[in-house]
Design a protein around this ligand. Structure first.
Ligand SMILES: *[C@@H]1O[C@H](CO)[C@@H](O)[C@H](O)[C@H]1NC(C)=O
Length: 256
């Protein structure tokens, strides 16, 4: 009896140890300092450090966090976080006396996951857990099925009422221009000043450089950039900069 129990215990211990390596079964791990954490702790910290721009150039969401990121992107929390970002943009516009109202105040928006949500695409493509597939993504973009980020639409319309010129600067390529315009207009975005997309000669540059050059062109036409909003750091970092930059949450992918 005791021997049988001993064997049982041994098997149980082996199972327990092998399970311990698997987040999804025991849901517990340790950090490098030995702190005992849950999978949620691990993924929340990954997401936070992505947003803080401490984690960069990742090719895909870590496998163990795909479910967590999918849940976040479809959660009320994502909505609340995005709404807060937009509220801060509106606060900046109303409190900092930055508008000169001479037709040269301008604002820059990124498009994907700033105006148009690509969550419908990523929902079917592993929530950022798969390596990016440009062909599949561009196929989806050409169908014009991106949904409006409703808080961003509120800011967009607020800027129009204030008489601020709106520039859209996106890393989407020129061949997607008409599909992009159709998609934007269809979900309520219209009345921008200029839509700047990546031409063939821009394709060899990284996105950050392309976007900095686009800002340079806007400034050289006499506009003052009072704000930029994007979901990627590459949309807002580098010179020339705007008066203020705003980052929307997006842990699904990283564009350098
Ligand atoms: C990328 O997507 C295209 C179109 O959906 C598909 O034909 C191709 O196999 C995919 N490539 C990879 C590496 O998954």
């Amino acid at each position: 009896m005791a021997r049988k129990f001993g064997i049982f215990l041994t098997i149980f211990c082996i199972l327990l140890t092998s399970c311990h390596a698997d987040w999804n079964i025991l849901n517990e791990q340790r950090t490098s300092s030995g702190l005992k954490i849950s999978l949620k702790n691990f993924c929340e910290s990954w997401r936070m450090n992505v947003e803080l721009h401490n984690i960069r150039n990742y090719q895909a969401v870590p496998q163990e966090c795909i479910a967590y990121i999918g849940k976040y992107m479809t959660s009320t929390q994502y909505q609340v976080d995005s709404e807060r970002t937009i509220s801060e943009c509106i606060l900046h516009l109303t409190t900092n006396c930055i508008l000169e109202k001479d037709g040269k105040d301008s604002w820059i928006f990124d498009i994907d996951d700033t105006l148009l949500s690509s969550v419908p695409y990523y929902k079917k493509n592993g929530f950022g857990g798969n390596k990016p597939n440009e062909t599949a993504l561009e196929d989806w973009m050409s169908q014009g099925k991106g949904t409006a980020l409703k808080h961003s639409l509120k800011l967009f319309n607020h800027l129009k009422e204030l008489g601020v010129q709106i520039f859209l600067v996106s890393s989407r390529k020129e061949h997607l221009r008409s599909a992009t315009v159709d998609n934007l207009v269809h979900v309520g975005f219209y009345g921008w000043k200029e839509l700047i997309l990546r031409s063939q000669e821009d394709e060899c540059k990284n996105v950050q450089k392309f976007k900095a050059e686009a800002r340079n062109k806007i400034i050289s036409k006499g506009y003052r950039i009072v704000g930029i909003i994007g979901d990627q750091w590459s949309s807002i970092v580098g010179l020339p900069s705007a008066k203020r930059s705003f980052k929307l949450p997006n842990p699904m992918y990283y564009i350098a």
